[in-house]
Design a protein around this ligand. Structure first.
Ligand code: ADP
Ligand code: MG
Length: 282
């Protein structure tokens, strides 16, 4: 497997790193769905999209599906997912529960080092990690049984978190290039930049890093524009202004390898005003 991606920095380096091809995937972008298994409703309204529901991740009862909206089709269902770093066996994911239905945008927030990028990478099958427990079902199939390439072909797409100061290569270029690589492999026509995100589940890891306000607006437009009744987005971000424009269905807060809180888009405001500590303390 020609997987060489190694962009795991949680924060930008102090000085710009040299551009190295290892930060770019050899083949394709990966669209990823995110799912939450949940035990209680937090209904809310998404003005620009539709009425949606999201629910608190049931860490203590990972198999619980109580409160889920059965009328919607789950795209991604993650239950009790645990994973270790392959080399050291250090546990990073300690029981992640998440269900993403078709047509939803989920945002994952949390302090640096809480496991957000690891979660995304485990979903796409990154070889740095070993899954030690739990399950992930994507479009009804056991995702954990699939090779990374198969996950991509199944419609899971991921943009990796990358250092922001790579000269001339921003995340949008990266997505565009990677998605077109996938299209080419499938014998399909390559797409323009705004069509790039047309996958079933797109996982965007800090796609907003290092962008100015105008670029952020474009990203928000692109993300909003890609949402159809069938596909979904899971985005990792620290940037509340982006969430104000994108208006995610649910915001999840990750801490120490678990989702400790799920709420609607108003959660971002609480975070900005009171910080993550207020949430951990609840
Ligand atoms: P986040 O994206 O929330 O900032 P990460 O998922 O990148 O967090 O990292 C979670 C924790 O796991 C951090 O302490 C990080 O140092 C550690 N970690 C993640 N991947 C690796 C790895 N491949 N090797 C060593 N430590 C890792
Ligand atoms: Mg990260």
């Amino acid at each position: 497997m020609a997987w060489q991606i190694q962009c795991t920095a949680s924060s930008p380096p102090a000085s710009p790193p040299p551009f190295t091809p290892k930060c770019l995937p050899p083949r394709s972008l990966f669209f990823t769905l995110s799912a939450t298994s949940s035990s209680r409703f937090c209904p809310h309204h998404m003005p620009s999209l539709r009425s949606v529901t999201c629910s608190l991740s049931a860490v203590e009862s990972p198999t619980s599906t109580a409160g889920l909206d059965d009328s919607k089709t789950p795209l991604l269902e993650v239950k009790g997912l645990t994973a270790v770093i392959a080399e050291t066996k250090q546990e990073i994911l300690k029981g992640v529960n998440l269900v993403v239905h078709q047509g939803e945008i989920h945002a994952i927030m949390g302090k640096n080092g809480s496991g957000k990028s690891t979660f995304s990478k485990v979903l796409v099958g990154h070889p740095d990690y070993e899954v030690t427990g739990g399950s992930v079902v994507f479009k009804g199939e056991n995702l954990l049984d699939m090779e990374p390439e198969e996950r991509s072909l199944a419609g899971l797409f991921m943009s990796f978190q990358a250092p922001i100061e790579i000269p001339g290569v921003n995340n949008i270029d990266f997505l565009h290039m990677a998605y077109n690589a996938r299209r080419k492999k499938l014998g399909e026509l390559e797409l323009g930049p705004l069509e790039v995100l047309g996958a079933d589940l797109a996982i965007l890891d800090e796609i907003d890093s290092g962008l100015d306000i105008d670029a952020l607006r474009d990203v928000a437009k692109a993300v909003n524009g890609l949402l159809t009744p069938k596909n979904s987005v899971m985005m990792i971000t620290h940037y509340r202004r982006l969430l104000e424009v994108i208006k995610p269905t649910c915001i999840h807060i990750m801490e120490d390898g678990r989702i400790i809180k799920t709420g609607d888009s108003s959660l971002a405001k609480v975070l900005e005003e009171k910080g993550y500590t207020s949430i951990s303390a609840e």
